[in-house]
Ligand binder design. Sequence first.
Ligand code: NCD
Ligand code: ZN
Length: 350
Amino acid sequence: MHLMTNRLTLCRPDDWHLHLRDGAMLAAVAPHSARLGRAIIMPNLVPPVVTGADAAAYRDRIRAALPAGAPLQPLMTLYLTETTDPADVVASHRDGIIAAVKLYPAGATTNSASGVRDFDRVRPVFEAMAAAGIPLCVHGEVTDPEVDIFDREAVFIDRVLDPIRRATPGLRVVMEHVTTREGVDYVRANDAIGATITTHHLVINRNAILAGGIRPHYYCLPVAKRETHRLALRAAATSGDPRFFSGTDSAPHPDRAKESACGCAGCFTAPNWLPIVAQVFEEEAALDRLEQFVSLNGATFYGYPANEDRITLVRRADPAGAPAEIRADQDRVTVFDPGFPLHWHVEDPA
Ligand code: NCD
Ligand code: ZN
């Protein structure tokens, strides 16, 4: 497949990092991810999803919010706290209620106040997970105020992630939303580790947030870094290396919460992520590896078969029509604008 390709058929894609929220926001955003095969659902609700029972109840609320017949299978996660019970984690995984556990350092990002402060206190959970083969999804940023926000991922690797992995051999780790060359290099150099790469980090660098005015809809965590890092992410995503896979980190917030003196972190990419990612792969002359990134590598890492059904992407002159915003009750939620027209249209027989 080359630049002239204008039609691509792929196994139905998955999303290995997705925020669907709850209540009115869940109802508004779930239809935009309904045509995925599977999605890893992040547990940072208020209060967070901490037990297997919480996860089962949240899964049922998600199913109820999906259109009838939607293919999406939500794969639930638990929010790791210092009081998480290893036996509940193992039982929930064995019973098919959860697919993974999410580690948020306390205070690192939106709704992470119940996260982990002392990593030694969760060592028994890590050991039980390693023994049972349960993946740990990691938000890889230190929260030390002395560390510059643009360095927090690289410092996390040295201070937290590498020590955890050395202390718990065999623990399968997903570095979520990797944003730096250091993160990409760490994943490449190690076994039993994978990484999600978001849509927006393939498209924007930090100038999008800060140059010529402050643009809150491009602010997310980990924050977008300088251009060299964006290029490293594009190289990793398009390389075909099976350890890198698509996780949108689609993170909807009401506009009033983002367009504020203290705007919150998160880009809402669910409605247009696939046309954007296809365009990125086209620009990198890597359309022949798109299916690995969006449909195959993540499933392999998590131990699932590829989805059996297929979707088709068609490149047309007319731009694909993702909405600029959606409504959730009284709220507006702005959709991520990549800054270029999208020409890849999704045709889905389902
Ligand atoms: C996420 C959110 O809003 O829940 N925000 C973000 O900027 N990515 C939290 C997260 O994944 O860090
Ligand atoms: Zn996230």
